[in-house]
Design a protein around this ligand. Sequence first.
Ligand code: SF4
Length: 169
Amino acid sequence: MGITNHLNDTVHVTNLEWFVNWARKSSMWPLGFGLACCALEMIATFVSRYDLARFGMEVARPSPRHADLMIVSGTASKKMLPAVLRIYEQMAEPKWVIAMGACACSGGIYKNYSVVQGIDRHLPVDVYIPGCPPRPEALIDGILQLHAKVMKEQSIRNPRVGKIKVAGR
Ligand code: SF4
């Protein structure tokens, strides 16, 4: 009774960590970057039919310094890997990684010396999306899984720092 009834629907109380997580997941900016055929499904997800604008992330950033989400969409060759790692290092903190498709998750059909057998050997992957290629619906589901993960992060008490892994360790 009293003041609490009066404030109903006008004042919302939450903690700072929830608010920071909510702001981060609601304004995630993906890097405009693709490696192979999965990138076409990723591009299809950005455009009007699937409309990522609904999740606050329709703008694919051309510069890694403006982006905080790397979607590794396609086959990562060992020759390409140094460039991928350099782009990741240039992205703003905190940053997240989605491995999209069988190639990014595990090397896919390319069991050979020239293809990275899973980008998680080098980058801290947050969400894996199987398929060859995964459809836009699968990518959207992966993004929503990532949003749910961000909402559970201890963004104030234990700030996230993305680190490149040294292969073989
Ligand atoms: S998972 Fe399939 S569609 Fe995606 S990059 Fe590999 S071969 Fe291409």
